[in-house]
Design a protein around this ligand. Structure first.
Ligand SMILES: *Cc1c(COP(=O)(O)O)cnc(C)c1O
Ligand SMILES: [Zn+2]
Length: 407
């Protein structure tokens, strides 16, 4: 089936229901909106609803009605990799890595960019805009180009060189901003209502984050609908976490899976507003943050999405944890060495958090754990190894190979 089963938008706070349209918040209480689907049809047809490959395989549970609007660069369908050596290192029974670095622009952002840009077409927009620490910018720009839309990207001045290059190459218009994400996003959000661009930000647009829900559907399919006990997801603003949690709940409500996994929210210690609130039982207090190597997690004020993450964490058995920059960089090296997966610091924050939770016995290690690793390492900026080279002749080359490989 290629028909969308999306039926309405519903306010997550007061439950008010709205017809499908470009609406960013509840008219009565300003609450965030979520998409609702025909659960009866989901239950009746089961996963046979899905056909084709990649993200748009899940078109029935996405809100884009016209197949002509379903812009693609080949996103989704990312591998779920069993990592026995890393599992042994961390001391967990079984570890699965959902590697989002194999998406077209190298990050999980492509899942939401494809539905954001498709929605921009669906609602007749000709331009997109986004404020980005690097990944969202190149992803929104790439999908906008693919759709023939203009894009205006605001990029963090400290974004890595590869991220800046990627953004400059793909966007119609790149503007570098000074200061932190949180400050500019507050101003930018106020301009969304002027309708000069389609909202590709992370704070409100339900159509945008819906694409990330497909991570949950893929994990379920890849495990034969016996999903892992635990899923570790990163939280910056919370799109990935919310979307994954909603995907699992949708499948449970449709009777496809017996229960939802325990969700773990992973943050960088330098941008840990949600973890703090979860731990203290208090509301989120926005933080003034500086630089973290997990550039994509550098949000000190996750806003209403952060409140939503907190609510999901409190509604069902969940865990939250944070990792320091040096732990994140250690996790990056370890993943590359033990499993050959080269991921960026933002991407491996989940593994660094998992390691800490297991070491401190905050998570039962006798389970199957899936960590979402959200970006490729090819966008990382770091000091390369020394380029001081060695010249060889046949004898010295033979001597070296024998020495190194013990021949
Ligand atoms: C943006 C981003 C995240 C998480 O952001 P959310 O808004 O919380 O979904 C995680 N990893 C990478 C690589 C990112 O670019
Ligand atoms: Zn409401």
């Amino acid at each position: 089936m290629t028909t969308s089963l999306a039926r309405s938008l519903a306010c997550i706070d007061c439950g008010a229901s709205y017809p499908l349209g470009y609406r960013l918040e509840c008219a009565t209480c300003q609450g965030l909106l979520e998409l609702r689907y025909d659960v009866e049809q989901l239950a009746r047809h089961g996963p046979d609803l899905f056909s084709g490959t990649g993200l748009w395989r899940y078109a029935p549970v996405l809100p884009i009605a016209d197949p002509a609007h379903r812009i693609t660069l080949g996103e989704g369908g990312t591998p779920l990799l069993d990592c026995p050596r890393l599992a042994a290192d961390l001391g967990v029974r079984r570890l699965l890595v959902k590697f989002e670095g194999s998406n077209p622009t190298g990050t999980v952002k492509d899942r939401s960019s494809t539905t954001a840009v498709a929605a921009a077409l669906q609602f007749g927009y000709r331009a997109t805009s986004v404020v980005s620490s690097g990944n969202a910018g190149s992803s929104i720009a790439a999908y906008s180009a693919r759709a023939g839309l203009a894009s205006l990207v605001f990029a963090y001045e400290r974004a890595s060189a590869p991220k800046l290059l990627h953004m400059a190459a793909t966007t119609r218009d790149l503007v570098i901003y000074k200061g932190v994400y949180d400050d500019l996003i507050t101003l930018w959000d106020r301009l969304v209502g002027e309708q000069l661009f389609f909202d590709c930000g992370a704070s409100r647009n339900a159509y945008k984050h819906e694409g990330k829900k497909t991570i949950a559907y893929e994990i379920a399919e890849q495990t034969g609908f016996a999903p892992p006990d635990v899923v570790v997801a990163p939280v910056a603003v919370g799109e990935t976490f919310i979307a994954a949690a909603r995907g699992f709940r949708e499948m449970r409500d449709a009777g496809w899976i017996p229960r939802v996994p325990t969700m773990v929210a992973a943050q960088a210690a330098r941008a840990n507003a949600v973890v703090r609130a979860f731990r203290s039982g208090q509301p989120i207090e926005p933080l003034k943050i500086g630089y973290t190597v997990a550039e994509g997690l550098a949000a000190g004020n996750p806003g209403r999405k952060g409140d939503w993450v907190l609510r999901l964490l409190r509604e069902s058995p969940s865990v939250a944890g944070e990792a320091e920059d040096d732990e994140i960089l250690a996790a990056q090296r370890r993943l590359a060495r033990t499993e050959g997966i080269w991921a960026g610091p933002t991407g491996v924050a989940t593994l660094a958090v998992l390691e800490g939770l297991v070491a401190r016995k905050e998570l039962d290690p006798d389970q199957t754990v899936c960590a979402i690793v959200t970006e490729t390492g090819l966008k990382t900026e770091a000091e390369p190894p020394s380029r001081a080279g060695v010249a060889f002749d046949e004898a010295s080359l033979r001597a070296l190979v024998r020495e190194r490989l013990g021949g």
